[in-house]
Design a protein around this ligand. Structure first.
Ligand code: NAD
Length: 436
C-alpha cells in the first residue's frame, strides 16, 4: 500500500520504517527540515536500537523516503498522524495543535477516498473534532475517513514493539476503515497478533488508560518504598512477594526514582484534565496522587544525597550516571535523572553527568551542568555517585576500579538495581531506596 506518516519523531520514524519492512511504500513527512535531511541520508536523529539499520535498509529498497512538503503525502491510500501532543504550557491538558495543523495542511490535498489514521496519544473526543475538520477541508469530503490506532511502543524496544506488537487497537466507525487497517497490518495479523476493534473514543482512551495503569503501578510500589524507609522494611523483598502473585505480576513493580519521559507524565495529566472537563474528575482524583508520589521520588533522591554528603552540597562533587529518562534511549524529556542533577547543582554542588547516548540532548536542555565522556571521567574526584538511569553498562561497572578515582566511596542507587553486595565488598557505602 502507499502510506504517508505525518510526523517522524520517535513514534513516526519507527512506524514509517516498520511499515516499509512489512512491504508498504512509505513517505514520512515532517516540518523539521534537519530531521528530514538526516532521515533521508540514513542518519537517525535520535537513538533507538535497530532503527537506523532498518531506516538504511528501506531507503535502499526504495520503499521509504522522507519529505518536508505535505504534497508528497497527497496520493497515499492511508495517512498516519504521528505528531507530538505535549503537555500545554498553561495547564495539565494535552496540546493538540500539532494535530490540528497537520490536518489543515493535509486535508486540502485529499481529492480521492483515503483513510487518515490517528496514532498520537490524544484526549478522548479529539478525533471527533478532527474528523469534522477533515471532512470540511478535504475536496473528497466524507470519502476521507478517520480512524484511531493508538500506539503502545516502548522507547528502547520500539522496533520490536512495532514489528511484533502484543495487540493492535483499531478505533473505527465503519467497516471499510477496519478492512483498510487489516490490510495495513496483514503481516502482523497473519502472525496472530490480536486485533481489538473498538469505537474511536474507546481507542483514544485505550492508550490513556494503559499509561494511567502503568503509572499507578509504579507509584504504588514507590509509595510502599516510602513506607519501607520509614519502618526499616525492604521494598526489594516486597516486590518479590507481591510479584509472585499472578494477579499482580512482577513487571513495573520496581521501586526507584520513578517515571518520566515524553509520554507517561503528560498522558496521566491529560487524562486528569479531560476527566475534569467531562465532569468525572472525581474518578481520576487518585491519578493526581500517582503524579505527586512520582514527583516526590526526585525530591527524596535530592534529600537523601544531601544527607549522605553531610547535609550540604556546597563544595561537593556529585557524579550523575544517566541523563536519559530510561535506558536504551537518548530521550531526556521530563527526565528524572536530569531533574535531580539540576536540583543538586542549584543547591551548590558541582555536578558532572555521564550518559552513554543522551549527553547531546541533555546539554541542550541543561547547558549549565558539566558533562563527561565516560563514567570514570564523571566520577573523578566525586564525593557521591548517583545512579539515576539503569543502563546495562552502569550495572556492569567495576566498583573497585571506580573507587580508584572517586574522593569518597558513596553510591546512591536510585534505580535499586546495582549489585549491592559487590559494591559493599569493594568498600563502598551503598544506599538504595526503600531498603535499610
Ligand atoms: P516527537 O516530538 O519525537 O515527534 C513529533 C514530530 O512531529 C516532530 O518531529 C515534529 O517536527 C513533527 N510535527 C509537528 N507538527 C507537524 C506537522 N504539522 N506536520 C508534520 N510533522 C509535524 O514525538 P513522539 O515521541 O514521536 O510522539 C508523537 C506522539 O506519539 C505523541 O502523541 C506521543 O504521546 C505518542 N506516542 C509516543 C510514544 C513514544 O514512545 N515516543 C509511544 C506511543 C505513543
Amino acid at each position: 500500500m502507499r502510506i504517508s506518516v505525518i510526523g517522524t519523531g520517535y513514534l513516526g520514524a519507527t512506524h514509517a520504517a516498520c511499515l516499509a519492512e512489512h512491504g508498504h511504500f512509505v513517505v514520512g513527512v515532517d516540518t523539521d527540515k534537519e530531521k528530514v535531511t538526516a532521515l533521508s541520508e540514513g542518519r537517525l536523529p535520535f537513538f533507538e536500537p535497530g532503527l537506523e539499520e532498518l531506516l538504511q535498509t528501506h531507503l535502499a529498497s526504495g520503499r521509504l523516503r522522507f519529505a518536508t512538503d505535505m504534497v508528497d503525502a497527497a496520493d497515499a491510500d492511508v495517512h498516519f498522524l504521528c505528531v507530538g501532543t505535549p503537555q500545554r504550557p498553561d495547564s495539565m491538558a494535552a496540546d493538540v495543535t500539532f494535530l490540528e495543523s497537520a490536518i489543515e495542511q493535509l486535508a486540502p490535498l485529499l481529492e480521492r477516498p483515503c483513510l487518515v489514521v490517528g496514532k498520537s496519544t490524544v484526549p478522548v473526543g479529539t478525533a471527533q473534532r478532527l474528523g469534522e475538520r477533515l471532512a470540511r477541508l478535504s475536496p473528497a469530503g466524507r470519502a476521507v475517513r478517520l480512524a484511531w490506532n493508538p500506539e503502545f511502543l516502548r522507547e528502547g524496544f520500539a522496533v520490536q514493539d512495532t514489528l511484533h506488537p502484543d495487540r493492535l487497537v483499531f478505533g473505527v466507525s465503519d467497516s471499510d476503515s477496519e478492512a483498510t487497517l487489516r490490510s495495513v497490518y496483514s503481516t502482523q495479523t497473519a502472525w496472530g497478533v490480536p486485533v481489538i476493534v473498538t469505537s474511536i473514543p474507546t481507542a483514544e482512551l485505550a492508550k490513556a488508560s494503559a499509561n494511567a495503569f502503568l503509572a499507578t503501578k509504579i507509584s504504588f510500589i514507590n509509595a510502599v518504598a516510602e513506607l519501607c524507609d520509614a519502618t526499616g522494611a525492604n521494598v526489594l523483598d516486597l516486590e518479590e512477594v507481591l510479584g509472585h502473585d499472578s494477579r499482580i505480576g512482577r513487571r513495573f513493580l520496581h521501586a526507584g526514582l520513578g517515571f518520566g519521559g515524553g509520554c507517561l507524565p503528560k498522558d496521566i495529566r491529560s487524562l486528569i484534565a479531560r476527566a475534569g472537563e467531562l465532569g468525572v474528575g472525581h474518578a481520576f482524583a487518585f491519578l493526581s496522587e500517582v503524579d505527586v508520589v512520582n514527583m516526590r521520588r526526585r525530591q527524596r533522591v535530592v534529600d537523601l544525597s544531601r544527607q549522605l554528603v553531610g547535609e550540604s552540597f556546597i563544595g561537593r562533587n556529585v557524579a550523575v550516571l544517566g541523563a536519559a529518562f530510561k535506558p536504551d534511549s537518548d530521550d531526556v524529556r521530563d527526565s528524572p535523572a536530569l531533574n535531580v542533577a539540576g536540583q543538586i547543582q542549584l543547591q551548590g554542588a558541582h555536578v558532572t553527568v555521564f550518559d552513554p547516548k543522551a549527553i547531546d540532548n541533555a546539554r541542550r536542555l541543561f547547558p549549565t551542568l558539566s558533562y563527561a565522556g565516560s563514567t570514570l571521567e564523571a566520577c573523578d574526584g566525586a564525593d557521591l555517585v548517583l545512579h539515576l538511569t539503569e543502563w546495562p553498562e552502569f550495572r556492569a561497572l567495576d566498583p573497585g576500579e571506580l573507587a580508584q578515582v572517586t574522593r569518597r566511596q558513596l553510591v546512591l542507587d536510585a534505580r535499586n538495581c546495582l549489585d549491592q553486595q559487590r559494591w559493599r565488598e569493594a568498600g563502598w557505602l551503598y544506599r538504595g531506596l526503600g531498603q535499610p
